[in-house]
Write a protein that binds this ligand. Structure first.
Ligand code: PLP
Length: 357
């Protein structure tokens, strides 16, 4: 059955990418085995690994002063790895704009002082604090922010003023819009939202920040370990890297990040415009802080929300249930969600509103 999958992660992949993976699975390029079976030290895998890194560098215009690392453990492992590698004087700043940002700050507090310099927690994370008013500490080891808040459907439009290195979690918006990598000292993202299967985590980090890890930092979490080994210190998530390579190729063929950004903006506008004018659904996020990728919305009651989710599922529009911290619905419309999927969602929303008003 053909469905449109609005899951927040793991999430929908492009059809052409999946078909290519299916074609390659039993016999990758005539080598008689799949990518899941071959040595990560083989020439064939090395080519996949290096093409994936090169394509990511090209798509995001990543300069030579940055290292690109492929690691495991999800974005959540980075909540600990970041302080273990970079909290050299024992204090860091955190901007808390959602559940993941909060978890990052809690992890940071285990290794030193995690100063929360701005937070929207008291207002259920429905907005991003005004970054022009946020004062970060010049002597902090780093400033941490979550660029797109997957659960609450917000994203930053302005970056905080900072002297300390700026680190951003881009798990749910990497490659969705043009971002100037040079504004950051480190970017990290789990792959399972905008790139490919779970298991791969991407780190883009200034080379000058590598090699400062605390004595207690586990060898596997030390960025230097991975940088020195081109991310092949141990067995990497080979299949996830191969799938990421296919997604990067697809994105490049589409015209790159600039082209997908235009499509993402059109999709999000279509959905927000419909919600705002529907008189039936509501998005509770500050308009200027709305995410391009994750769109939470509610009807007038929790009962009606539950009915919506159930009936949408029967109509082939799946995984629309909101996160338990927010309730209601959430449509995640990542790069691989076609315009047709958003159109189908809006048509269903119109019909449901008509039947239940
Ligand atoms: C999903 C997500 C995470 C957690 O990712 P894992 O790979 O499951 O650890 C962290 N931050 C953001 C912004 C996310 O969207």
């Amino acid at each position: 059955m053909k469905v449109y999958n609005f899951s927040a992660g793991p999430s929908t992949l492009n059809d052409a990418v999946k078909l290519q993976a299916q074609k390659d699975f039993v016999d990758y390029e005539g080598c008689g085995m799949s990518v899941t079976e071959m040595s990560h030290r083989s020439k064939v895998f090395d080519k996949i690994h290096n093409e994936a890194i090169a394509l990511l560098r090209e798509l995001m215009h990543i300069g030579d002063e940055y290292e690109v690392l492929f690691v495991q453990g999800g974005a959540s492992t980075q909540f600990d790895a970041i302080p273990l590698n970079l909290m050299t004087t024992g204090k860091a700043d955190y901007i808390v704009t959602g559940n993941f940002a909060n978890k990052a700050a809690q992890a940071g507090a285990r290794y030193g002082t995690a100063n929360v310099v701005a937070s929207s927690k008291a207002d259920k994370y429905t907005y991003i604090p005004d970054m022009t008013k946020v004062v970060t500490n010049d002597d902090a080891d780093y400033v941490h922010m979550t660029y797109n808040n997957t659960i609450f459907g917000t994203k930053f439009t302005t970056l905080p003023k900072h002297k300390a290195p700026l680190i951003a979690d881009l798990s749910s918006n990497i490659l969705s819009e043009e971002i100037d990598v040079n504004q950051f000292d480190m970017i990290y993202a789990g792959a399972q939202k905008n790139i490919g299967p779970a298991g791969l985590t991407i780190i883009i980090i200034k080379k000058e920040l590598i090699g400062k890890a605390l004595e207690i930092c586990p060898i596997m979490l030390n960025y230097k370990t991975q940088a020195d080994a081109n991310s092949l210190y141990n067995t990497p998530p080979c299949f996830a890297i191969y799938m990421a390579m296919l997604t990067f190729r697809w994105l490049k063929d589409m015209g790159g990040v600039k082209a997908i950004q235009k499509i993402n903006e059109d999709k999000a506008k279509m959905l927000y415009d419909y919600i705002d004018n529907s008189g039936f659904y509501k998005n509770n996020v500050a308009v200027n802080d709305r995410s391009l990728m994750n769109v939470p919305f509610v009807t007038a009651s929790a009962e009606l929300d539950a009915k919506f989710v159930k009936e949408a599922e029967l109509a082939g529009l799946v995984s629309l249930k909101g996160h338990k911290l927010v309730g209601g619905m959430r449509a995640s419309i990542y790069n691989a969600m076609p315009v047709e999927g958003v159109q189908a969602l809006i048509s269903f929303m119109k019909k449901f509103a008509e039947e239940n008003k």
